[in-house]
Write a protein that binds this ligand. Structure first.
Ligand code: AMP
Ligand code: SF4
Length: 464
């Protein structure tokens, strides 16, 4: 099944001058979480304005467009998706007029009972405009008989299951909420406006705060809703916290492995420090010497630094990444896969020729990228290649908003370590253990994470 809300970025800005411009910068900082489409809604107290389209943030928005998105509150979204028809209807924010006024929603995550809820709504006469599971929320809110939006949202949340970091925008208020497990990240920050007044930001990653000069306050808690109101009075109150669900925290451990930017704080911890520690733990678990350790850029850099520090093997940048690849035309032939990797990564032959090297990457999913990387390193003359991965084998798909292929395509789910090594073409292959990964995060014994893609233990599974 195609998921429509994969690994996205969300942002909400409340009581800030040029709120839509701040959302734009925040989305720019979080471009790594989604490059397919981008959108912003802004509210000026009387009306909600929305602009969204396919493409990168800088392509979707220009100055005149942003100027039209007036108001001191705004929400924004970057969409990640690897396939499917790119219809604007499937871009976020999704917007609707309903009996209480106007509403826009952005969502990062994946609702596991979306099909069932959607079918029920359609049976009752609802007409859907998109493939988005988030659209269920619009219908559930519109159908609720409560007189206050906050109660309607609470009603609707009681009917959905799965992973969500959601931001709702009405004409005057904003609401930010995380599911009871806190699967997807959402942090709260403070904005100091040029006139000294205070505003707020919520965003998937704190790298968005840094770009706009916002100060990290804390994470939105699992099961918590923050209500932002009063933007049109002089003193806006600190956001009101409502406990919607009993929290049962199980944040996504894969955020630390791959998705988040290393300069972000995710679930309260800096990502770079954790990735470096993952490299240290990897070196502790697998004692090996070689001429150099090189990262697959950018995903393996921090772990390779940690590995080098622990093992004493010199760190080198043996592979250079072209950051300007974007959507390059690739002829659909046999060599397409190889070309795809080559467009992005090029080894420094003079450095690695005749050397025994340890290559560090963050994860193996299908195994095809690693295979091509080993191939280009061998072509560049590497004598021996040890591929070390700073996370455990990925053996199960994600149902909570991360784009992993189905189990049949996960190489480590279907093959032994030796078979994977042979397919990839490395001289040796090693993974960090789940214990090593947890150690890197320095999690306490009573702290739980979702790690289903590594151990197959799901919190909840999709319902048909
Ligand atoms: P492959 O094994 O060829 O499927 O590619 C694995 C590489 O893709 C890893 O080195 C990661 O850097 C990256 N990766 C891991 N998970 C994801 C994901 N969900 N979406 C996109 N890239 C990913
Ligand atoms: Fe994250 Fe993996 Fe859990 Fe998905 S299954 S939420 S990627 S830890």
């Amino acid at each position: 099944m195609k998921d429509w809300n994969e690994k996205c970025a969300v942002v909400g800005i409340y009581n800030a001058h040029n709120a839509s411009i701040l959302s734009y910068y925040a989305l720019f900082a979080m471009q790594h979480r989604g490059q397919e489409a981008s959108g912003i809604s802004a509210a000026n107290g009387e009306k909600i304005f929305t602009h969204k389209n396919n493409g990168l943030v800088t392509k979707v928005f220009d100055e005149p467009t942003l100027k039209k998105l007036q108001g001191i509150a705004s929400i924004g979204h970057n969409r990640y998706s690897t396939a499917g028809e790119d219809s604007i209807d499937d871009c976020q924010p999704i917007f609707a007029k309903y009996s209480l006024g106007e509403l826009a929603i952005v969502h990062n995550g994946n609702l596991t009972n979306a099909k069932k809820v959607r079918k029920g709504l359609i049976d009752e006469g609802a007409i859907f405009q998109s493939h988005l599971d988030t659209e269920n929320l619009i219908h559930l809110i519109a159908k609720s008989h409560k007189s206050q939006l906050v109660d309607r949202i609470t009603d609707a949340l009681g009917k959905i299951e799965g992973a969500y970091a959601l931001v709702f925008l009405s004409r005057t208020k904003m609401f930010a909420v995380r599911d009871r497990y806190g699967l997807r990240p959402l942090s709260l920050g403070k904005i100091t406006n040029p006139d000294g007044s205070i505003g707020y930001i919520v965003a998937s990653e704190t790298c968005a705060f840094d770009l706009i000069g916002a100060e990290y306050i804390r994470d939105v808690n699992p099961g918590e809703m923050l209500v932002f109101e009063g933007a049109y009075s002089k003193h806006i109150p600190i956001p009101k916290s409502i406990k919607i669900f009993e929290p049962n925290p199980k944040p996504c451990i894969f955020e630390y492995v791959y998705f988040a930017r290393p300069d972000s704080k995710v679930f309260g911890r800096n990502v770079y420090e954790i990735r470096k520690q993952m490299g240290i733990e990897l070196a502790k678990e697998h004692n090996i010497q070689a001429d150099m350790v090189i990262p697959v850029p950018d995903s393996g850099v921090a772990a390779a630094i940690g590995f080098s520090k622990q093992s004493g093997v010199p760190f080198e940048l043996g592979i250079i990444r072209n950051h300007y690849v974007g959507r390059t035309f690739i002829e659909p032939t046999q060599t397409a896969r190889e070309l795809k990797v080559k467009l992005k990564l090029n080894p420094i032959a003079e450095l690695i020729a005749d050397k025994e090297i340890i290559v560090i990457d963050d994860s193996i999913v299908r195994g095809t990228t690693s295979k091509q990387i080993i191939k280009i390193l061998k072509q560049a003359g590497a004598k021996k290649i040890h591929l070390f991965i700073s996370s455990p084998p990925t053996i199960s798909p994600c149902y909570y908003g991360v784009d992993t292929p189905e189990k049949s395509q996960l190489i480590c789910a279907n093959h032994t370590l030796e078979e994977v090594r042979e397919f990839i073409g490395a001289d040796s292959l090693a993974f960090l253990s789940l214990e090593g990964l947890k150690k890197s995060i320095q999690s306490s014994d009573d702290e739980a994470f979702c790690q289903a893609c590594f151990d197959g233990n799901y919190i909840t599974i999709p319902q048909e």
